[in-house]
Structure formats: structure tokens, C-alpha cells
Design a protein around this ligand. Structure first.
Ligand code: SF4
Length: 265
């Protein structure tokens, strides 16, 4: 056994074990992502940095996963230098894994500077504009977070699940997932809309949300135009095949012209 000091408090601990293991056993909060007690430490994430002073030597910063306990070791887990190095470490980790929830959580927990997390959105506002100007749902808005604009869903569930925002997004920042008969539209981990899917009345594929079909019906009722889609309960393929307009266009192919006589060879 050896005697060490942690943040000025004396502890008797086993000699030659990883300092990070001791710190965790003694319930000091130390951030780390790459440490596993069953494996050799790799000192990769660099978050577990602490200040260590050995006898007659000035204090130095060390990765607590990499060094082992020694007699007379004095450890400081929080200092200006430790904070600075952890900030550098978290910045480097976020460059490699910008959407990692684990890194962001550690940043929040230890008050580290994570900056603005890239979310794939280039703030072109195409999604907001199409939702407002063409769909008329106004389901998206822009808010400021940490001094930067973010597209977020508007409160009150305005989304009708048409998917136009996801289709128009040039960087795929908006995700549309159809799974288990449910359509989910998301940006980052924020749900814009979640809707059940209805089946095409002819082929039976799941293709649209009830709110979207209702919206199409309303449009159809309010617009007097020969090209209005008359089969709004049909998927796009069936609508094309069975629309009156298509049938009109293809009619001469199927109906024999007046006076036509088949010739048998
Ligand atoms: S899916 Fe929702 S948010 Fe996106 S354009 Fe349609 S109504 Fe707007």
C-alpha cells in the first residue's frame, strides 16, 4: 500500500494500479471515453488528464489512465491547466465524431467547451421555405442556440408528414424514415413529425400520412384545374396508371378507331 493525496486529501491505496481506477473508486469525477478496466490503457481520448506532483518535482499534467500509483503522489483533479487540456481533448474528439452523444454529454457534464455541434444543416432554409410557401404547414422555424441558428420543429405538431423538407434538403440534414407503418421526420435527434402511414387503395403499399392525404383532398376541393390529381388515395405509380388524364392520353392505343378491321393472316 502507498499513501497519496488527492485534492489535498490523504488516501491509502494499492501500489502500482492505474490512477484513474483509484480516482473512480474514491468517487472523483474524471471524464474518459477510452478507458476499460479489463484492457491495457491506450491514453487515446486524453480526457482523463490530471495534475500530478511527485516528490521534489514540479507538478505536471498526466493522463490518469496511463500512470500508476506511487508513494507520495499528489494529485489535483481540477485546475486551470487540466480544464484547458480537457477542452483541447474534447475539441479533437468532436472533430472525429461531431455527432457523438457520449462526447457531447461529457462536455456538458464537465462544463467543457464543445462549441456548435455540426448537424449537417447549412442554414439554406429550403426546408422552412418549402414547408411554408408550398405545403402551407409552417412546421419548421429557426431558433438561436449558443449564438447560432438552428432549424427546429415548431411547437404544436404542425407537420403533416409530406416529406418535402427531407426531399428538398441539399445536405440530407433532415431524415425521413418509414418503419413499422410509421413515418418519422427528424432533424438531428429532434422529431419534426411522427405519423401513421396509409396504404394505397390499389396496390396496398404504405405511402402517405392521413394528414397529408387530408391536405391533398383540401387542395383538390379548392383548386379548379384539369391537372389536379384526382386519385389522392393512390400511390404515385397507381395514380399515374389509373388517372383519368392518363387514360385519356392512352385511350387510342386500347380502343380501335372507327371503321377498323382486323386482318387475319
Ligand atoms: S414533412 Fe412536415 S416539416 Fe417537412 S415539409 Fe412536410 S409538413 Fe413541413
Amino acid at each position: 500500500m502507498v499513501n497519496i493525496k488527492i485534492n489535498g486529501q490523504e488516501h491509502e491505496v494499492e501500489e502500482g494500479i492505474r490512477l484513474l481506477t483509484v480516482l473512480r473508486e474514491k468517487e472523483y469525477k474524471i471524464p474518459s471515453l477510452c478507458f476499460h478496466t479489463a484492457l491495457t490503457p491506450s491514453a487515446s481520448c486524453k480526457l482523463c488528464v490530471v495534475e500530478v506532483k511527485l516528490k521534489d518535482k514540479p507538478p505536471v499534467t498526466k493522463l490518469s489512465c496511463a500512470i500508476k500509483t506511487r508513494e507520495g503522489m499528489e494529485v489535483v483533479t481540477e485546475s486551470a491547466m487540466v480544464y484547458k487540456l480537457r477542452n483541447i481533448a474534447i475539441g479533437n474528439l468532436l472533430k472525429m465524431a461531431p455527432r457523438s452523444k457520449a462526447i457531447i454529454q461529457i462536455g456538458e457534464e464537465f462544463d467543457l467547451i464543445t462549441g456548435v455541434i455540426p448537424d449537417g444543416c447549412i442554414r439554406c432554409r429550403l426546408c422552412m421555405r418549402v414547408c411554408r410557401e408550398i405545403i402551407g404547414a409552417r412546421a419548421l422555424k429557426m431558433v438561436k442556440r449558443k449564438g447560432m441558428n438552428f432549424v427546429v420543429p415548431r411547437e404544436g405538431g404542425h407537420c403533416i408528414g409530406c416529406g418535402t423538407c427531407a426531399n428538398i434538403c441539399p445536405t440530407d440534414a433532415i431524415q425521413l424514415v418509414d418503419k413499422n407503418s410509421v413515418r418519422t421526420i427528424m432533424i438531428r435527434d429532434e422529431v419534426i413529425g411522427r405519423h401513421p402511414l396509409e396504404r394505397c387503395e390499389i396496390c396496398g403499399i404504405l405511402f402517405a400520412t392521413p394528414k397529408f392525404l387530408h391536405h391533398v383532398q383540401e387542395q383538390e376541393d379548392s383548386v379548379d384545374h384539369p391537372d389536379v390529381k384526382e386519385h389522392h388515395k393512390l400511390c404515385s405509380n397507381c395514380a399515374k396508371l389509373y388517372s383519368k388524364r392518363t387514360q385519356k392520353l392512352t385511350a387510342p392505343v386500347f380502343s380501335k378507331p372507327h371503321g377498323y378491321k382486323s386482318v387475319s393472316k
